[in-house]
Design a protein around this ligand. Structure first.
Ligand SMILES: Cc1ncc(COP(=O)(O)O)c(C=O)c1O
Length: 421
């Protein structure tokens, strides 16, 4: 069956809202001829403004802007001194960056199952903690979270730190507390697909001054800087190896403007998201993702759990044929099994235990022999495997009109009726 023309607009959320404010902010940096954050002829301190906005938004003591979410993860893990001999617990629903950040420190990733919130299952976390566990990385996927309070409680009770990846849930909250304020450290991404964007960018936040100082040194050249932006080499606690991940003033200018729109962007997606879930609710056998706090969901995705994989595939095929698709670049209305490197078992470098060098580190490191039996292929996480197999994923573009949303609901209901659901 050939597909009808796309019904869905797919403006990536943040970029859909780019307007005069971003243009003005970027122009100010250009006219000042000062695109570097630490010094320049007429420095505008725009990265600092963005960091201040994040401290305030999240109620956290420290915020450090960096050049990607992937870099933010690496910096945070190294700030927490993760390395060979350690393992980082992380969920099966994630993004490849979460895994690569662990592997690149020389530590071992240890998979934890998810529950029907699509967030780490606290019960499986308790089962998976070992004497080698050092950090629990939680990932607030597809706009919202799960039992994050319980997971943090378990981690802390075992003396483990929590790194909270909020790349996909910027602007979300859990019972009134912003996501990104639960972990000992948290990170954000400002890449194009995210709720606000500068094309690229990231943020690391925390409350512990020692972690922050280490993150500052790690994101730059391995040393902190003084008020004039010059490197300080007489701080023994901060003589590290840096990774060249500074944010520039142009990105920050865009992001300062985008941060001011973030609540508008997420409110628009959340409203449509609720409309969609409410409209689809009557379909027999379809269970929406369990969202523990719908008011805190930032809204960019709806996850629909079908009774079995075959029904899932047939519903996606029928609704796609009816036009529930986006343009060629958009990923929308797909079975989750096609969601690429978001699923642990699709990460071939993980399933094949590829190393970061030809010696096969970290898997070959003598400090990591404890992990020799760890496996990462499909089957490692039964609950995740079951959910991935029968869930479809629909993105919720903020530009979707109510009429298009209702049309889409009608097409789903028709397809379900045709399939006898
Ligand atoms: C959950 C998650 N973590 C981390 C990242 C990495 O962010 P970036 O693309 O900015 O490196 C992403 C981005 O796609 C993500 O979805």
């Amino acid at each position: 069956m050939s597909e009808k023309p796309p019904l869905l607009p797919y403006e990536w959320p943040g970029s859909y809202y780019i307007g005069e404010e971003e243009i003005e902010a970027v122009t100010r940096v250009l006219l000042a001829r000062s695109p570097f954050r630490f010094y320049g002829s007429d420095l505008q301190h725009t990265v600092e403004q963005l960091e201040a906005a994040y401290r305030q938004r999240l109620g956290r003591a420290y915020a450090l802007a960096v050049n990607s979410g992937t870099a933010a993860l690496s910096i945070a893990l190294s700030a927490m001194d993760v390395g060979p001999g350690d393992e980082v617990l992380l969920p099966g629903y994630l993004w490849v960056s979460c895994i690569s950040a662990v592997v690149r420190t020389g530590a071992i990733p240890r998979l934890v199952d998810i529950d029907d919130t699509f967030f780490m299952d606290p019960n499986d976390l308790e089962r998976k903690i070992t004497p080698h566990s050092k950090v629990v990385m939680v990932v607030n996927m597809s706009g919202t979270t799960g039992h994050i309070d319980r997971v943090v409680e378990i981690a802390h009770a075992h003396g483990l730190r929590v790194l909270e990846d909020t790349a996909q849930a910027n602007g979300a909250a859990f019972h009134g507390k912003p996501l990104g304020s639960f972990g000992d450290m948290a990170i954000f991404s400002f890449q194009l697909n995210k709720n606000m964007t500068a094309g690229e960018g990231g943020m690391v936040v925390c409350d512990d001054p020692a972690l922050f100082d280490r993150a500052v040194a790690l994101h730059d050249l391995g040393y902190p800087r003084n008020a004039e932006g010059r490197l300080v080499t007489d701080r023994p606690d901060c003589q590290l190896w840096g990774q060249g991940s500074r944010m520039n003033e142009l990105s920050a200018a865009m992001l300062v403007a985008q941060e001011r729109k973030l609540d508008t962007i997420t409110a628009a997606m959340r409203r449509l998201n609720h409309r969609l879930y409410a409209g689809l609710a009557g379909i027999a056998g379809m269970q929406p993702r369990r969202v523990l706090d719908p008011a805190g969901d930032s809204g960019p995705f709806a996850l629909l759990i079908w009774p079995d994989p075959d029904t899932c595939q047939r519903m996606v095929a029928a609704t796609r044929a009816a036009g529930v698709v986006t343009g060629p670049l958009g990923l929308n209305n797909i079975p989750m099994t096609e969601w690429g490197l978001h699923l642990y078992y699709n990460n071939v470098s993980l399933t094949q235990k590829r190393g970061v060098n030809s010696a096969g580190r970290p898997w070959s490191d003598p400090a990591n022999t404890f992990a020799a039996d760890y496996t990462y292929t499909r089957g490692a996480l039964p609950q995740a495997d079951d959910l991935f197999g029968r869930t479809s994923l629909l993105s919720v573009p903020p530009a979707l009109t109510d009429e298009a949303c209702d049309l889409l609901i009608g097409l789903f209901r028709q397809a379900a009726a045709d399939l006898g659901l």
